[in-house]
Design a binder for this molecule. Structure first.
Ligand code: EPZ
Length: 417
């Protein structure tokens, strides 16, 4: 069965180590394509999105080896310029191969990456930004070919601080002729990790961490050994688990500096947070409380990926909480499943959810249809009286190495079905 079973209703106690970041390792794997050498990546999460990305890299001609959480990518013989098949339409991160393949071989043909239930996930801004660098797009029945005789550095100003577009421009710009200035760049920590990786490989990038990046193209790139940073959203998931169910946990390796807005939200809801050198101690020993308004925003604002996780935790917070989703147009799908468990949530249009705290959630069978919503249902299962069965575990496995193992470490009665 493709499910997770949770017998909830007890507080969380214990500690668990936070895995490497999905949204950092995926663009860095794409960046390894740019380097005609061997790269070694440590602390890579064992998740299905990484498995798919490795399959894509091998299709393109990379030699890939994996030993536990260390991945070696040898991109010296990259040849094919076509990435196709279900691997591409099945996930978003394949779009990141666009910039890397243009930087490496000057051309790529791929299917339009599938959208997902949280939003249409268009790629118009990717194509227009790369167009500024001399990339031409040829469309053909669900596929497109992007080609650049010679990538040219350019001044590019993004209408929205898109994470993926920022990553694709960086990946193309490091091998372009001349300097690229990217304005209104996304500032998510995963962008910083990508830039640090490329800098260690010999790229010249200024403004890392800010909204204006200056990339000097054409510098020789060499192989590097690089450690993938811990996953701030996975750490935030377990933080919301203890906010929801109560207790006292320790999250080893939690990237606290990247979680400030998430920690603030948890403290507003009653969490007592203590930061130590190697992680994060969180406890809920006072009455959890509603949060009058939380709005998702680009970094360093409250992350959209944390939205459904916080919502689950607030379903039993006394009072009225309001969450506003400003990044994706369809990211409240989980509301219907939480209502099945007894949550009282009203939607105001597609962008605002009003959560009225109830005394108790009751376990039942619920269905995940995307990654973070699925994790939110697991949190709700930890909180609920009785047994919860979360169906479609495979969505959760896209981003979590082993959510059952981690919650078992925190004392939850949980197992895969
Ligand atoms: C990245 O997606 C993350 N994925 C997402 O995490 C995360 O939710 C998102 O950034 C926002 O932080 C990875 O890093 C693999 P965007 P991305 O481009 O790059 C619109 C998870 O749970 N847009 O910043 O696709 C878009 O529709 C996943 O780990 C266009 O309109 O996000 C959205 O409304 C979910 N046209 C907004 O921009 C475009 O060409 C922000 O999206 C591109 C984006």
């Amino acid at each position: 069965m493709d499910s997770i079973h949770i017998r909830g209703g007890n507080a969380l106690f214990g500690e668990t180590k936070i895995q490497g970041s999905k949204n950092a390792v995926l663009p860095i794997l794409a960046a390894a394509l740019l380097i005609e050498d061997v790269c070694v990546l440590e602390n890579c999460p064992r998740i299905s999105d990484v498995h798919h990305m490795l399959m894509l890299l091998e299709r393109i001609g990379c030699r890939v080896a994996r030993s536990d959480r260390t991945i070696t990518v040898d991109a010296r013989n990259v040849s094919e310029d076509t990435v196709s098949g279900e691997n591409v339409t099945g996930m978003r991160s394949s779009i990141m191969l666009l910039g890397a393949m243009l930087g490496r071989v000057g051309e790529i043909t791929m299917a339009y990456p599938g959208g997902c239930v949280i939003g249409e996930r268009p790629i118009d801004l990717h194509l227009s930004a790369l167009g500024r660098m001399g990339v031409k797009i040829y469309e053909d029945e669900g596929c497109f070919t992007a080609k650049a005789q010679k990538l040219e550095g350019s001044v590019i100003s993004l209408p929205i601080s898109s994470v993926g577009v920022t990553e694709n421009v960086i990946l193309a710009a490091v091998r372009a002729k001349g300097v690229t200035v990217l304005q209104n760049a996304a500032k998510e920590p995963e962008i910083g990790a990508l830039c640090e990786f490329l800098r260690e490989a010999g790229a010249v990038i200024e403004g890392i961490g800010g909204s204006v990046l200056i990339i000097q193209g054409g510098h020789e790139l060499h192989g590097v050994r690089f450690r993938i940073p811990a996953d701030r959203i996975v750490a935030g998931t377990y933080l919301m688990g203890v906010l929801g169910a109560g207790g006292h946990i320790f999250l080893e390796d939690a990237p606290v500096a990247q979680m400030q807005s998430t920690l603030r939200a948890a403290e507003l809801a009653g969490a007592e947070i203590n930061v130590s050198r190697d992680g994060l101690s969180v406890m809920i020993d006072v009455e959890k409380r509603a949060v009058p308004m939380i709005k998702t925003e680009v970094y360093p604002g409250f992350p959209t990926d944390m939205q459904s996780l916080l919502m689950a935790a607030l379903t039993t917070a006394p009072g009225v909480s309001v969450i506003e989703e400003t990044v994706f147009e369809n990211r409240f799908r989980i509301v219907e499943q939480l209502r099945k468990m007894g949550a009282c949530i009203e939607l105001q249009g597609k962008r605002q959810a009003v959560i009225v705290g109830v005394d108790l959630l009751l376990g039942c069978e619920v269905t995940a249809d995307e990654l973070r919503g699925g994790a939110a249902l697991v949190i709700a299962g930890c909180m609920a009286e009785g047994e919860t069965i979360v169906k479609n575990r495979h969505f959760i496995e896209r981003g979590y190495e082993d959510i059952c193992r981690d919650f078992q470490n925190l004392g939850v009665n949980i197992y895969t079905g």
